[in-house]
Design a protein around this ligand. Structure first.
Ligand SMILES: C[S@@+](CC[C@H](N)C(=O)[O-])C[C@H]1O[C@@H](n2cnc3c(N)ncnc32)[C@H](O)[C@@H]1O
Length: 331
């Protein structure tokens, strides 16, 4: 085992402060070592992670977390990597390769140095070498394993298609969440979309063939109103009751509200109770209104556990700004 252990955290550019606040709150044994836009390393002064436990380190504001082996000039990459992997009893040939750049136009051609193709996707249980290019000749080397809750794409960057006209970034936020966290829906399912205006998230769900009940006092895009599978309930959610919500099966709830998250979660869970027997999950966007919101990450999750959800993740997808998604699924 290594004498000193460093960990790397990739983060959306602009969310570095949020990540640091999260680490300070939940992982005080980590001490900041190096910080760049989109990439931060910490020295682990606590119990060292092993290759079998590193995927348990789940941080909402990190797009990738792993053991950090430092930076290397491309010419000496193999030498450093071989020594580092030996400490963890991992064979280079058994690892997948993820290679990506952060906040730079420079690219590192990993396939040339490893003489094999890099991987665009990883599967459960695999060890992955991360080659993280931060500039010309600056490549950081890391290692992560794919566990439950680890996204499969290099640094969680996914390409999502969107139509020419989308009413808002809500379309992209939700499509990235679907792709990264393998959320499946179909045309037999109905969704409630709390805070649906102007309509990006609802448009995405309609494109999956779902029926959508959008709840928002604000106006929605014309394209939604023309869709026969969309219904607009133009009322603030606090004014709704189980009696005024649709009397049909609802399978999923999405919520993205300009509302204090504590209040938003309370209202969503109050109304969700009506659909206790049919609901598969809730995707709730937590707006980070101040640093205190970060300290509440676990409390927010606990409210969903208390309600009966068993599979809960707090995550930031590439299009999230001062916000993150809480994904709560039932078995
Ligand atoms: C970030 S926007 C939602 C974006 C939307 N999901 C989309 O994809 O276009 C937040 C929305 O929350 C709505 N909102 C705020 N308070 C609300 C409440 N009490 N009930 C319902 N909607 C509310 C606002 O009107 C606003 O349209």
């Amino acid at each position: 085992m290594a004498q000193e252990q460093f960990l790397f955290f990739c983060v959306n550019v602009g969310s570095e402060k949020l990540l640091k606040e999260e680490i300070k709150t939940f992982y005080p044994e980590l001490s900041l070592s190096y910080s760049r836009k989109g990439f931060i390393t910490y020295k682990n002064k606590g119990v060292h992670y092993k290759i079998s436990t590193i995927s348990q380190l789940q941080v909402a504001f990190a797009t990738r977390v792993g053991i950090c082996f430092g930076k290397s000039a491309p010419s000496s990459l193999h030498e450093g990597l071989d020594i580092a992997l030996k400490q963890y009893s991992v064979s280079k040939d058994d690892c997948l390769l993820h290679s990506f750049s952060i906040n730079t136009d420079a690219e590192f051609d990993a396939s040339k140095y490893f003489d094999r193709a890099v991987n665009e996707y990883s599967s459960m249980g695999k060890n992955v070498i991360d080659l993280i290019c931060l500039g010309e000749k600056e490549v950081w080397i890391g290692l992560h394993t794919v566990g439950k809750g680890t996204t499969r794409y290099p640094n969680s960057q996914v390409e999502v298609d969107s139509p020419l006209h989308v009413p808002s970034v809500g379309y992209k936020k939700l499509s990235e969440t679907f792709k990264l966290f393998a959320i499946k829906t179909n045309n037999y399912q109905s969704w409630l979309d709390f805070g649906c205006a102007p309509g990006g998230s609802s448009m995405f769900l309609l494109e999956q063939g779902c029926k959508v009940w959008g709840i928002d006092p604000a106006d929605v895009d014309e394209a939604l109103l023309e869709n026969r599978l969309f219904n607009h309930i133009k009322t603030p959610m606090q004014d709704l009751s189980h009696e005024t919500l649709p009397d049909e099966q609802i399978h999923w709830i999405h919520a993205d509200l300009n509302l204090n998250p504590k209040q938003g979660i309370k209202e969503v869970l109050r109304l969700a109770k009506k659909y206790n027997s049919t609901l598969s999950g809730i995707i709730f966007t937590v707006q980070v209104v101040n640093p205190r919101t970060i300290q509440e990450i676990e409390n927010f999750e606990d409210q969903f556990y208390d309600w009966g959800f068993s599979n809960i993740q707090s995550v930031q997808v590439p299009s999230h700004k001062k916000e993150y998604g809480l994904i709560a699924k039932r078995k």
